[in-house]
Structures are given as structure tokens and as C-alpha cells.
Design a binder for this molecule. Structure first.
Ligand code: GUN
Length: 300
């Protein structure tokens, strides 16, 4: 039977609607408007696209959007001063420093200078520690989006075997932690894993987050498993015309879809969920800061 296609684009729309409804409610009931500040250092074209999209979607959800664009040669002291100002600004409930930062800036230092309560990326070591000990934290957006889709598809994840391929701080490690917190049996696989196909074949849930185009073939997938593809890779597509490209994930979609029970496509799967979860984290941070009821179903 053909796999169910998990429509991340539609799901992200539902998340954004829930965020907007909660924003409207807290504006009316408490007179508070959530605010998200995004800091972009330099002119990386991909980062500029991301930041523009974040600003637009933040405003569409009824929240305040603040953008701080700094020159590529901004000093660490000047960047830390901007973060400090945002930490102390009561109109700002979420702060995101767009990564990657230019090489002369220490990303860990900068991220750990953000007030953990405003760390809507969930990258601050305090939030990593809170998540790791099963306490209330800010949860990284991409893994949170994957978790929401998995819970929506399966209901309970308890007792399922999950294999996360990739061990990044942004996706792989927090994803594994979230699945563990939902009572999955979790394996984190990576480039040095022995018999990766054999490990993946044990999985009821496969999350691929390695950044290697179409690396996971269908014959690694247990029949009926759920495949969540976090990869966004751009490949040349001369068949579409001179200089054209196409987006592919970390799994070989056609062969995996032929075996899986459910699968996320690329594009239109995990990707749209990331910004939707950033909006969700911002409204959650705002509610926590103001002692207001948090939106339901938008946190881990
Ligand atoms: N660069 C690409 N994705 C992200 C993200 O989710 N957060 C931050 N801070 N930078 C990014």
C-alpha cells in the first residue's frame, strides 16, 4: 500500500492559525502582544531569505517583528550589546540570532548570552539541560515540528523504535531527546555507525537529518515505518532547463515511499514546520513571561 504523505505545509498552516488565535486572545485579555527579534549578521543570501520569511509570518500571526541587521564585520562586543539590549526589552519575548554567524564570532558564546526564557531556538545550554532532564524548556523548532507531525499521525509514540540519523545540536540530539521523552526506544546513528542499513531497518520511526542528498534508500526502511525527512538539499536539474535546480531530502523519496507507512515530502514536509514552531515558541515564551495560559498542543 502506498505510504501516507504527511503534509507539513498544511500542518504548518494549522499551527500558524492556532498561534494567531492565541495571540489574538492574549492581546484582548491581557493587552500583551508577543514580539520576536531576529538578529542577522552579514549578508548570506539564504539567511536573508529565512529572515524575511520569519518577519512576514510573525507579522501575519499578529505579533511584533523586530529585525536587527548588522554588518558582516560587526565585533563580538557589539553583537553581545545588541543581545543584551533585547534581553532587557520587555516588548521582546523571543530572540533568534540567525546562524551561521561569520567566522570571527563565537556562536556558542553569543547563543549562551541570550536570556534562556527568550531563547526561542532552544539552543541555550540551559534549555538543552532542561530538555535533557525532562523539564519545561524552549524546544528547538525543527525537532519540535517533527514531533508534532509524529504525534498527530500516531497519537502515542510510546514503545516505538526510533532511529535518528544525524547528531547535530540543532536537530539530531534534541530530536532524540524529544522521542525519548515520549517513551520511544531511541538510537542516534551517524557517519560512523556500523551497519547503518541494519540499524535503520529496526526502526518504526526514522528521522533523517544528515544533510546528504537522498542518502537513505527504500531497502533500509522497515515496511510500514514512518519516515521524517529533515534534509533540504539543492541538486542540479539540467532536465528542467539550463542552470535549474531541484530540492531533495536526505531520503530517496520514491523508493522509501514505496515501503514506508507514512513519509514527509521535500519540499512541503518538515521545512514549513520550522518557522511555524518558531512562532509557537514565541507565543509560548510570551505567555510564560507574563504568567498567561500557554497555547495547547504547541509545545513538547
Ligand atoms: N539557520 C538556519 N536555521 C536556523 C534556525 O532554526 N535557527 C537559527 N538561529 N539559525 C538558523
Amino acid at each position: 500500500m502506498a505510504a501516507t504523505v504527511i503534509d507539513g505545509k498544511a500542518f504548518a498552516g494549522t499551527v500558524r492559525e492556532k498561534v494567531a488565535a492565541h495571540v489574538e486572545r492574549i492581546k484582548a485579555e491581557a493587552g500583551v502582544t508577543p514580539g520576536l527579534a531576529v538578529v542577522l549578521v552579514g549578508e548570506d543570501p539564504a539567511s536573508q531569505v529565512y529572515v524575511r520569511s520569519k518577519g512576514k509570518q510573525t507579522a501575519e500571526a499578529g505579533m511584533n517583528s523586530f529585525e536587527h541587521k548588522l554588518d558582516a564585520d560587526t565585533s563580538e562586543a557589539d553583537l553581545l550589546a545588541v543581545v543584551d539590549q533585547l534581553n532587557n526589552d520587555p516588548a521582546v519575548h523571543g530572540i533568534l540570532v540567525q546562524l551561521p554567524l561569520p567566522d570571527h564570532l563565537d556562536s556558542d558564546l553569543v547563543i549562551n548570552s541570550i536570556d534562556p526564557a527568550k531563547d526561542v531556538d532552544g539552543f541555550h545550554i540551559s534549555n538543552v539541560g532542561l530538555l535533557g532532564t525532562g523539564q519545561k524548556s524552549m524546544v528547538p523548532c525543527t525537532p519540535l515540528g517533527c514531533l508534532m507531525m509524529l504525534r498527530d499521525h500516531h497519537g502515542s509514540l510510546s514503545g516505538m523504535n526510533a532511529v535518528v540519523i544525524g547528531r547535530s545540536n540543532i536537530v539530531g540530539k534534541p530530536m532524540a531527546q524529544l522521542l525519548l521523552n515520549d517513551s520511544c526506544t531511541v538510537t542516534i546513528a551517524h557517519s560512523r555507525t556500523a551497519d547503518l542499513p541494519g540499524v535503520v531497518r529496526q526502526a518504526d520511526i526514522v528521522v533523517a537529518a544528515v544533510g546528504r542528498p537522498e542518502m537513505v534508500p527504500g531497502d533500509w526502511i522497515k515496511p510500514g515505518a514512518t519516515v521524517i525527512d529533515v534534509g533540504i538539499n539543492r541538486l542540479d536539474a539540467p532536465e528542467k532547463g539550463e542552470g535549474k535546480t531541484r530540492l531533495v531530502g536526505d531520503v530517496d523519496y520514491d523508493s522509501c515511499a514505496a515501503v514506508a507507512g507514512a513519509i514527509t515530502p521535500v519540499p512541503g514536509g518538515v521545512g514549513p514546520m520550522t518557522i511555524a514552531c518558531l512562532l509557537a515558541n514565541t507565543v509560548t515564551a510570551c505567555c510564560r513571561a507574563n504568567g498567561l495560559e500557554e497555547p495547547e498542543g504547541l509545545t513538547a
